[in-house]
Design a protein around this ligand. Structure first.
Ligand code: NDP
Ligand code: 8X3
Length: 253
């Protein structure tokens, strides 16, 4: 048995792939998201395939109260968390700042920034109690460059970048590693969510090149979590080979 990993947003995409990767390596999992049936299906599949236990926790990361109640009531046996992956997040729409929808802005800020903070605040005491831990925040290439019509999503991911740096400083006394992983374009449910169910618009994002796959990010997440106690990868940007950064892809050349 390797330990316990908590992954937010495990009902799809990176989070689901990360859960599968760590389950295969023998970790027990705490998996979270709003879609209960998906969490339960993943729990069943992973417990059957591997000799591990999975605890599904259904809550919306935007609700401070739900986050706090969930972790205040976390069973004792699940409190020895080794790795927290703050992955739950989303983009909504691509619009210039003058045309953007302020409800979408609220959702992105509440999920990507405030949700990450609420979960971290609730979980850090468990890491401190263990005298060690690792927080892995999923940022984005949008944390490093701002692109046309990406305004608020990019701002939320810049905030994740800043908060990752801040956590690394503030948690130094507690032997807690903090790593930010910044993926480029990856074909998950991300674009279907961004374009509010418009599958054709989502598919168009990945036309003409091979995007990252969720498993690529799971592999990298696993790698950074396996380094010796004295080694911490702080910040890691990973893109498809066809993408140089958040702005320059093969399409603009
Ligand atoms: P998906 O849409 O495939 O998965 C998003 C996950 O986040 C789902 O499990 C969803 O669960 C969860 N989630 C979203 N909102 C909430 C909420 N309010 N409360 C709880 N859980 C929530 O997208 P990805 O896997 O691609 O995205 C994961 C992270 O990676 C995000 O932070 C995204 O910004 C980032 N990212 C994605 C990239 C990409 O190109 N795909 C590139 C760079 C970064 P549920 O709906 O069940 O609540
Ligand atoms: C997701 C990748 O390029 O849509 O963070 O911002 S991008």
């Amino acid at each position: 048995m390797k330990g316990i990993i908590l992954v937010t947003g495990a009902t799809a995409g990176f989070g689901e792939a990360i859960a599968k990767k760590f389950a295969a390596a023998g970790y027990h999992l705490i998996i979270t998201g709003r879609r209960e049936e998906r969490l339960e299906a993943l729990q069943t599949a992973l417990e059957q395939a591997h000799n591990i236990k999975v605890l599904p926790l259904v809550f919306d990361v935007r609700s401070k109260e739900a986050v706090n109640v969930t972790f205040e009531n976390l069973p004792e046996a699940w409190r020895k968390i080794d790795v927290l992956v703050n992955n739950a997040g989303l983009a909504l729409d691509l619009s210039t700042i003058d045309e953007g929808n302020s409800d979408d802005w609220d959702t992105m800020i509440d999920t990507n920034v405030k949700g990450l903070l609420y979960v971290s605040k609730a979980v850090i005491p468990f890491l401190k109690a263990q005298g060690k831990g690792h927080i892995i925040n999923i940022g984005s290439t949008a944390a490093k460059n701002v692109y046309l019509k990406g305004n608020v999503y990019c701002a939320t991911k810049h905030a994740v970048d800043a908060l990752s740096q801040a956590m690394r400083i503030d948690l130094l006394p507690y032997n807690i590693k903090v790593t930010a992983i910044h993926p480029g374009a990856a074909e998950t449910e991300f674009s279907v969510v961004r374009f509010k169910g418009d599958q054709a618009a989502a598919d168009n994002v990945y036309k003409g090149f091979e995007p990252l796959h969720a498993e690529d990010i799971a592999d990298v997440t696993f790698y950074v979590s396996q380094l010796p106690a004295h080694v911490c990868i702080n910040d890691l940007v990973i893109t498809p080979t066809a993408q140089a950064n958040a702005i320059y892809t093969h399409k603009v050349l």
